[in-house]
Design a protein around this ligand. Structure first.
Ligand code: CP
Ligand code: NVA
Length: 307
C-alpha cells in the first residue's frame, strides 16, 4: 500500500481487497468484544472544511476503538482558515500526529498535504473523490452478495465525487459499472479515461437511468447538488429531473437488487421515500461500514502496514 489514501485510482485491486478483508475482521472484533487497540498512543488530526456527520463520527469513534485519539480541526477555526499554507500545516501536524484525515474542496489540496506530510493522509471527501465511502460501499455489497466480481453496479445522477470513486472502485474489483448522468454532468475526465482503458466493455456512460439500471445488482445514487454547489441547487433540480431511483426504476434491475446511498439523502429528489425505506437496512449497513472500513484503512496506514 502507498503511504496515503487519496483516491482509489492510487490503489491496486489487492490493496482494496486487503482493506475490505481487514474491515471485515475489524467488524467481527468489535461485534465480539475482541480487543483491537492497534493504534494505542497514536493521534489522528481530522481537518474539516465541509460539513459532516458520518465521516466525523466514524473516524472519531474508530480511532477511539483502535486505542488512539482523534483531534478535530475545523477549517474555519484553525489557522488554515486564516490562510496558513497547506504545506506548513502538513509539516506541523507531522511533528505531532500519526495520521491526517482531511475533508475539503480541491483534490489538489489533499495531494499537496500528502506531499508535504511525513505521516499518512486520508481523503475524507473532496469534490473529486470519496474513497472511504466507496470502500464502505464495496464492503457492504460484498457482505450482502458474497462477491463483487461479475456483479453489475449502476450509478444514477451527478458525475460527482461518489460517481468518480464508484467507477474506479467497482471496475478495479471486477464489477460491471454503468453510470447515467444528464449531459453536462459527466464524471471527471481522468476517471472516464481510466474506465475506458481499464474497464472496456464493462463500463458504460449513458443518458437515461433506465439504460443504466437494466439488470443491475446494485443501484446507487447521490444528491443532485453536493456540498459547495448549493447556489446551483435550482438549476440542478431541473437538469436532474427523472434521474431518480424509484420503484419503476428498481423493476428494471435484477430481482433482489441492493440500493446504496452515501447519505444524506433527499427523498423526492434522487430517491423516492418508498425505495429508501424499502432498502433502509442496506443503506444503514453501508453507513455503519464506514466505521469498519476506515478502521482498516487507519490500521493499515498508521500501523506500519502490518496485518
Ligand atoms: N456520507 C458521508 O460522507 O456523510 P457525511 O457528510 O455526514 O460525513
Ligand atoms: N456528493 C456529496 C456526498 C456527501 C457525502 C457531496 O459532496 O456533498
Amino acid at each position: 500500500m502507498k503511504k496515503d489514501l487519496l483516491k482509489l485510482l492510487d490503489l491496486t485491486r489487492e490493496d482494496i481487497e486487503k482493506i475490505l478483508n481487514v474491515g471485515d475482521q475489524m467488524k467481527y472484533n468489535q461485534k465480539h468484544g475482541l480487543p483491537h487497540n492497534y493504534l494505542q498512543g497514536k493521534t489522528l488530526a481530522m481537518i474539516f472544511e465541509k460539513n459532516s456527520t458520518r465521516t466525523r463520527v466514524s473516524f472519531e469513534t474508530g480511532m477511539y476503538q483502535l486505542g488512539g485519539h482523534p483531534i478535530f480541526l475545523s477549517g474555519k477555526e484553525s489557522q488554515i482558515g486564516r490562510g496558513e499554507p497547506i504545506e506548513d500545516t502538513a509539516r506541523v501536524l507531522s511533528r505531532y500526529c500519526d495520521g491526517i484525515m482531511i475533508r475539503t474542496f480541491a483534490q489538489e489540496e489533499v495531494e499537496q498535504l500528502a506531499k508535504y506530510s511525513d505521516i499518512p493522509v486520508i481523503n475524507g471527501l473532496t469534490d473529486f473523490a470519496h474513497p472511504c465511502q466507496v470502500l464502505a460501499d464495496l464492503m457492504t455489497i460484498r457482505e450482502r452478495m458474497t462477491r463483487l466480481e461479475g456483479l453489475k453496479l449502476c450509478f444514477i445522477g451527478d458525475g460527482n465525487n461518489m460517481a468518480n470513486s464508484l467507477i474506479v472502485g467497482g471496475l478495479k474489483c471486477g464489477m460491471e459499472v454503468s453510470v447515467a448522468c444528464p449531459e453536462g454532468y459527466d464524471p471527471d475526465a481522468r476517471v472516464l479515461d481510466f474506465a475506458k482503458a481499464e474497464g472496456g466493455a464493462k463500463f458504460s456512460l449513458v443518458r437515461t437511468p433506465e439504460e443504466a439500471a437494466q439488470q443491475a445488482d446494485v443501484v446507487i445514487t447521490d444528491v443532485w447538488a453536493s456540498m459547495g454547489q448549493e447556489v446551483e441547487a435550482q438549476k440542478r433540480r431541473a437538469a436532474f429531473t427523472g434521474f431518480q431511483v424509484s420503484d419503476a426504476l428498481m423493476k428494471l434491475a435484477n430481482p433482489g437488487a441492493m440500493v446504496q446511498h452515501c447519505l444524506p439523502a433527499h427523498r423526492g429528489e434522487e430517491i423516492t421515500a418508498e425505495v429508501f425505506e424499502a432498502h433502509a437496512q442496506e443503506i444503514f449497513d453501508e453507513a455503519e461500514n464506514r466505521l469498519h472500513a476506515q478502521k482498516a484503512v487507519m490500521y493499515l496506514l498508521m500501523n506500519g502496514g502490518e496485518s
